[in-house]
Design a binder for this molecule. Structure first.
Ligand code: 26Q
Length: 810
């Protein structure tokens, strides 16, 4: 973008006056922020309209990325960086006596996601725009994103996330682009000519209104769109005469039942599954999105039978899997296609990404509820299922097991993963190991039936947010050493390896890390009153709280270290600060007990003078995108310790690596690929392999009691959980104990404990050799380019969507 500092100053002052009738000296900080937001949006909008026009007129194939979640975080900085005007803008504002960072802090953190899956969608949006790919995001404009977390007396307390309380400056409401969505009622088929047509009776019609958010690419004029749907009632539709009859309360009831749909994001939690409102949300945005796609496509004048040559629809996990049936519905009922042709087009258009291997986390819906809420869609799902089962029984005559495993409808439930697989031409896992496990275990039958559909796309992260934005000093070091080619092509970061023996570069790397650690120390002091030292090892585990991610293993190691220091106060260890950041789903009681335990240990350890500050434990409250950007660059150790085979990929692991942390890893998810990229000398690996874990699950052979009984360290830890050691009741940690003992330690916390402790001792040894450590750190950064989401998205574009960049000319 060609603009001068003077121009920005002028434009900004104009904006402030025109919007708020204020000058710099009168305006409050939120007005200053909003004026800047509006100004930047103006800058963005120019390319936006042009991009939309170019995609339509160019008749190019486009992707629609359907995701229940987009964890986009703050956008101001991204816009500035991607427009290439961050420094200019910062200087312009400074000359007006305004601190850009202070304004940036005012922006709400759009938390429209739970964790990895939602953040991945956001990184993908950034990469698609930056690669000038014609692609759109489609999701829900939740009035309330994931809850805000507070810790009160060591317990998690959930607070409402009210991110829309102040204007969300970036969005544009498109009231005239609303779409009607049908729910419930009765549907029957009527013969019209020689075709069957559905007749809808008494259904509830809900209006979906789109709000568009611009997604600005880096060094390209392309501005893509993230379209978020909101459920609203059309006030002009309300029948005044019925209101006059006193139906005001009925009207209110209706209004709330409509608005409820986009009211709140469901937290990721298996106990939340099966909720009718969640299904309503899924169909709501899927139907709105697909109707829009077909309407737009028809305007091009191409026959509908060409749809798959112009449109790719991606379904991010099973949450939008009802897209399979919705597209069929439109092709059959609206476009009048025959089943076989409609099916051929549907399968060629859709692609599905699986993000989980945990069978209990796979979405299923009771078919009666489904049929009642989505009667026409249910008919179509039944027919897809009937035809599929026929196909299976032809292929595998008499093999009932196969039908049982693969049918969409089974035991009174609709299995959304099965629907997604059967209705898509591409099915991918999110890391090499994950895809292998899908192919050879979880989805073995499907793989056997459709081997050509399965492929791997290892996740990635946008280096623009997670390196350039989050760690400007490190980005500067890269530019000073290897030039700036890596900014466009992150694989070039590898050139940093040329400096592995350069003492000056290593020293500078150390200083950058130290500076970030000092900043985090200041933050921790201010936010929690805990004194920590930037000279200690920063050992960080930040991610959603889940039993399989094994925050418990981490805290057991800390308890053990504490016990050892108490027994032997002169024990020589490198001082360490352990950080946790994690939200637990509100009804996930085991997870909540683990949070309480972490906070109990923190209290004990941080306030024990005998420990002499050798270890500190910090629980970072309300972990989210913004906090991640603050703490990840400060990490020395990145804790990626899930039970092998359980973490589909992980993306936090990549963010830490890119910022020079050493990974403490089980061979799980993308850790396997990090290990390959950096070599075993530059990562610390421990624990059971996925083969071993799956073998235990399949054939037994592990006895948790035996492991426990043979390890006095574990016995001491468990007794401390029970005996009031933390000043809490004996029952306080009952779910933790039950999860360990009643499930035979299903996530192998006891089993991996010894190997984890040894690996942690190795970290101490490594850290003592400062130069060696810095070399490891540099090696991690240098090899992180392969995990840029630009690489990942290029592969989606080439191998799944078959779309090409379509660059808007300057
Ligand atoms: C489902 C039904 C009802 C309510 C909530 C949900 C729900 C919501 C979110 C289920 C799952 C999620 C999120 C899953 C997720 O984030 N998975 C992670 O995806 C990352 C990106 O691929 C991977 O790196 C992680 O390994 C995976 O855990």
């Amino acid at each position: 973008m060609q603009i001068t500092k003077e121009q920005i100053k002028q434009d900004y002052l104009k904006r402030l006056t025109f919007t708020f009738a204020e000058g710099v000296s009168e305006a409050s900080i939120d007005h200053k922020y909003l004026a800047l937001g509006k100004l930047i949006k103006d800058y963005v909008t120019e390319g936006w309209a042009e991009t939309n026009r170019a995609y339509t007129e160019g008749k190019v194939k486009q992707t629609y990325y359907f995701s229940m979640e987009f964890l986009i975080g703050k956008l101001l900085d991204t816009y500035l960086i991607n427009l290439g005007i961050k420094d200019l803008c910062s200087e312009a504002l400074a000359e007006l006596g305004i601190d850009l960072d202070e304004l940036a802090a005012m922006e709400p953190d759009a938390g429209l996601g739970n964790g990895g899956l939602g953040r991945l969608a956001a990184c993908f949006m950034d990469s698609m725009a930056s690669l000038s790919l014609p692609a759109h995001g489609c999701g829900i404009r939740f009035k309330h994103g994931l809850f805000k977390q507070k810790i009160v007396n060591g317990y998690q307390v959930e607070k409402l996330d009210d991110w829309l309380k102040t204007d969300f400056v970036w969005e544009v409401k498109k009231a005239n682009r609303g779409i009607n969505i049908n729910f419930g009622g009765n549907v029957y088929m009527r013969k019209v000519g020689n075709k069957l047509q559905p007749v809808y009776e008494n259904c509830e019609v809900i209006r979906a209104v789109p709000y568009d958010v611009p997604i600005v690419g880096f060094h390209t004029k392309n501005v893509n769109t993230l379209r978020l749907w909101s459920a609203e009632i059309d006030e002009s539709d309300i029948n005044l005469s019925s209101l006059q009859r006193g139906d005001y309360l009925r009207y209110l009831e209706h209004k709330y039942s409509v608005e409820e749909i986009s009211q709140v994001l469901y937290p990721d939690d298996s106990s939340e599954s099966g909720r009718r409102l969640r299904l309503k949300q899924e169909y709501f945005f899927v139907s709105a999105g697909i109707q829009t796609i077909v309407n737009r496509f028809k305007k091009t004048g191409e026959p509908i039978t060409e749809l798959h040559n112009y449109i790719a629809i991606h379904i991010n996990d099973t949450h939008p899997a009802v897209a399979v049936a919705e597209l069929m519905r439109i092709l059959l009922d609206q476009e009048g296609l025959e089943w076989d042709e409609a099916w051929r087009i549907t399968v060629k258009t859709l692609a599905y990404t699986n993000h989980t291997i945990m069978a209990e986390a796979l979405e299923k819906w009771p078919k009666d509820m489904f049929a009642k809420l989505l009667p026409r869609i249910y008919m179509i799902v039944e027919e897809i299922n009937r035809r599929f089962c026929l196909e299976v029984s032809k292929k595998y005559y008499g093999d009932w097991n196969k039908i049982n495993n693969m049918a969409i409808i089974q035991n009174g439930n609709i299995r959304m993963a099965n629907l997604a697989i059967i209705g898509s031409h591409s099915i991918n896992g999110v890391a090499w190991l994950h895809t292998e496990i899908l192919k050879h275990r979880e989805l073995k039958d499907f793989y056997e039936m459709y081997p050509e559909r399965f492929n791997n796309k290892t996740n990635g992260i946008t280096h623009r947010r997670w390196l350039i934005k989050a760690n400007t000093d490190l980005a500067d070091l890269l530019v000073d050493t290897i030039g700036d080619e890596w900014v466009e092509n992150p694989l070039q970061i590898k050139k940093l390896m040329n400096f592995i023996d350069d003492k000056k570069v290593l020293e500078r790397l150390g200083n950058i890390k130290y500076k970030r650690k000092a900043e985090v120390a200041a933050f921790v002091k201010k936010a929690y009153g805990i004194e920590i030292s930037p000279d200690s090892i920063y050992d960080i585990q930040v991610k959603r709280l889940h039993a399989y991610k094994r925050q418990l293993l981490n805290i057991f190691h800390i308890m053990n270290l504490y016990n050892e220091l108490k027994a032997n106060p002169s024990k020589d260890i490198v001082p360490r600060t352990f950080f946790f950041g994690a939200k637990a789903a509100p009804a996930y009681y085991l997870a909540k007990q683990i949070i309480k335990l972490i906070n109990c240990v923190a209290d004990k350890v941080n306030n024990d003078p005998e420990i002499n500050g050798k270890i500190k434990v910090v629980f970072l409250q309300n972990y989210g995108v913004t906090l991640a950007e603050k703490v990840i660059p400060s990490g020395d150790i990145s804790e990626q310790i899930s039970t092998a085979s359980k973490e589909a990929s992980g993306t936090g692991n990549m963010k830490f690596m890119m910022n020079g942390a050493i990974t403490m890893a089980t061979l799980d998810g993308a850790n396997v690929e990090i290990d390959q990229a950096v070599g075993r000398d530059n990562i610390v690996v421990f624990g059971l392999t996925s083969e071993e874990v799956m073998d235990y699950y399949a054939h037994g052979g592990y006895n948790a009691y035996e492991t426990f009984n043979n390890d006095p360290r574990l016995q001491l830890i468990i007794s401390q959980l029970k005996n009031g050691f933390f000043g809490v009741g004996a029952d306080e940690f009952n779910l933790i104990l039950r999860n360990l003992f009643d499930t035979n330690d299903e996530f192998f916390v006891f089993k991996d404990f010894d190997s984890y402790v040894k690996a942690q001792e190795k970290v101490d040894e490594l850290y003592k050799d400062k130069e060696r450590w810095l070399k490891m750190s540099l090696t991690n950064i240098a090899n992180s380019g392969i995990f840029s989401s630009d690489n990942t998205i290029k592969k989606y574009a080439d191998e799944i969507w078959n779309i090409k960049p379509h660059k808007i000319s300057e």
